[in-house]
Ligand binder design. Structure first.
Ligand code: 4NP
Length: 152
């Protein structure tokens, strides 16, 4: 069983959305891949995903309302095969915590020209969340396609 951990700053906007998108694709394709998400900060521990992320997930036909924020830890999370950073700052913070460089990647490296997925936390409109969703969906599909030899 392969395992993937998605990591952003707060674990309430981007990484829960990435986890939710991955969870849907895994379910639809019956893949043996475990997914989870965490944040480099401890600012939103036990909080549900932000309203924009929950709404955009709903618009795309699934729910991430069950997810709760938690903080990334090298002790608890070293068991994951792949740690996927949502932006470059997250990537540096993950390495600074002591994770092995070989298993840390950026979502942007999967068909997004290395782009950072922007932090949507301060957006007031849904357009920002839609743009973030589109990037996350493309990156996650490409990532899972590579891991599971699925068609992206
Ligand atoms: P996330 O977004 O990293 O995508 O979960 C953020 C959530 C909260 C904060 C920053 C980014 N914050 O500053 O509290």
């Amino acid at each position: 069983m392969q395992s993937i951990l998605f990591v952003c700053l707060g674990n309430i906007c981007r990484s829960p959305l990435a986890e939710g998108v991955a969870r849907e694709i895994i379910k639809q394709n019956n893949l043996a891949i475990e997914v989870d998400s965490a944040g480099t900060s401890g600012w939103h521990i036990d909080e549900p995903p932000c309203e924009g992320s929950r709404a955009v997930a709903r618009q795309h036909g699934f729910s991430i309302d069950d997810l709760r924020g938690r903080r990334l830890s090298v002790y608890a999370d070293d068991r994951f095969d792949l740690i996927i950073a949502l932006d470059s700052k997250n990537y540096r913070d993950i390495l600074a915590l002591g994770f092995a460089k070989e298993k840390v990647r950026k979502l942007g490296d999967y068909g997004l020209n290395g782009a950072d997925v922007p932090d949507p936390y301060t957006y007031r409109d849904m357009e920002g969340f839609e743009a973030v969703y589109a990037m996350i969906e493309r990156g996650v599909k490409n990532l899972l396609a590579e891991l599971a030899l699925l068609k992206a």
